[in-house]
Design a protein around this ligand. Sequence first.
Ligand SMILES: Nc1ncnc2c1ncn2[C@@H]1O[C@H](COP(=O)(O)OP(=O)(O)OP(=O)(O)O)[C@@H](O)[C@H]1O
Length: 606
Amino acid sequence: MEEQQPVNKQLKRFYYPSEQAVEKPFNWLQMTRLLAYVKPYMRSILPGAMLAMLLSTIVRLAVPTLISKVAIDIAIRNKDVNLLTYIVIIISVLYVLSYIGNHFRIKLVNILGQKVIHDLRKQLFSHVQRLSHNFFDKRSAGSILVRILNDVNSLQELFTNGIINLLMDVITLLGIIAILFYFSPQLAIAILVILPIMFYISTALRKKIRRSWQDVRIQKSKLNSHLNESLQGIRITQSFSQEKENSAFFDGVNTDNFEKERLAMKKSAYFGPFVEMSNAIGTVILISLGSHMIISGTIDIGDFVLFATFLGMFWEPISRLGQVYNQLLVAMASSERIFEFLDEQPNVEEKPDAKSFEDMKGRIEFDRVQFAYDSDRIALHEISLEMKAGQTVALVGHTGSGKSTIANLISRFYDPTKGQVKIDGHDLRDMKLNSLRNNISVVLQDTFIFSGSIKDNIRFGRPEATDEEVIEAAKVVGAHDFILRLANGYETEVEERGSILSAGERQLLSFARALLADPRILILDEATASIDTETEMKIQHALRKLLEGRTAIMIAHRLSTIREADQIIVLEHGKILEQGNHDELMNKQGEYFQLVKSQFEMLDAL
Ligand SMILES: Nc1ncnc2c1ncn2[C@@H]1O[C@H](COP(=O)(O)OP(=O)(O)OP(=O)(O)O)[C@@H](O)[C@H]1O
């Protein structure tokens, strides 16, 4: 613990904002929305589960009543062996029914819970997938993961056991109270008078216990976050020899976790004995008052046995009700977070009457386009440009000048705040998103390789492509040779992010992927940055092939890739400074000329 503080204070690292409240006040509206997920199963699973639950509850109440009021008070008192035999048979049949009822209740309720969770997770995932880039800009992947996994999981308990248990417990409690009052209102009042006091104390105790377990959960999530971050950044940690600091921080979080868990256990340990004590008080009242009542003939021995049995059965549902209440509060917080995601609408929306691109040519126009990611920082200032179909256009400029932003607007990952982005004369906002994006391939510097075979990674954009087409695409971009050198060639399985491949190899794979998808518009965002100059020379030819007949937007710092472009657009602070081909811009001796000069000076200095 001591070691953790200085590390934390000095470094301002490993900052994990606490999870939002783990529980929220009960909210009917939200509960109704949550319960709507059970609706599809109202006719299939739910009636069976309810029936099974009712059956086992009735047996639970009927057996003690039969034993006390019929077996003891009638059969035993009158020494009626026949009646006793009947009762034994009836009770046996009831228990068999209860067994069957319980079996089906547990089975059906679990299926119901799993189905609801499955539906909810499916809906959440497909909704999140459709959200726009700005949604992902604002959130870490980890926090989205937590909602799709943990928040949905925390609803599972409510849907599997919670709701049915709630009904079962309420019915059991009301049943017990009704039976007790029916047979002896006086004794019932005497025993149940302690109920509100016990209920109050147990609720207060539970609240404390609940808070402690919330602390444990928050601490656990910090532990998870740290573990996750540490494993992801292990290479950097090792290369900067920060293992000791990292371990010290982990020790701190781990110890905190232990402390919180110890505290929660300590508080929880009060609850069991408290329930026993409540039982004991009830029993004392029952024995002292009940025995007097038997002697005075106010009640029968059977009533006494009935009260004693029900008293023992009373606390279980009460304590479980508290548990369901906890589940409800946790579910409120989780469902609030889930609904917040589900209510999020994509910023980039498709109009209902959106049209499809028929045979896109690839002429791109920006008509006085202004764009800002945040309202206070403008990334593009009313720029106008035209990229003719089939042209290769290089976007050049300092870091942060707006090159990737232009590419993002062409793919319509964002909509301009002012002006229009058009392809073949159509405003992108009037077109179907799929029909636009099916015509565009983007190759980024940090290309993403999915887990799976090399072959399937190449055919990512066109899953129906044949093996021959995959190999042909790899050959054209010069990836074929290195793929053949892998353990299983095209069938080699790569892990998530393709860490067994070098950055350059991953890049070549993404070229093959782009070529196979055969887009009309190709965006290469710093795509050749990870490839060494020699390989780049080799693939220049492949690159030309890749660009052939398509409109290509290349974002590059390297002169060799830029100079062959038909058009070079020089950007600065979101504005176009210069435009033209290499020779024109060199003659102009402006910003581009300076950029080229500085690259040569840098090379000379080496
Ligand atoms: N997702 C985002 N959210 C908010 N601001 C962003 C986002 N992406 C980029 N920006 C900002 O927009 C401006 C333009 O960024 P852009 O990525 O277009 O630059 P770039 O020219 O491609 O830079 P680089 O050469 O470094 O890739 C920068 O000021 C950047 O900080």
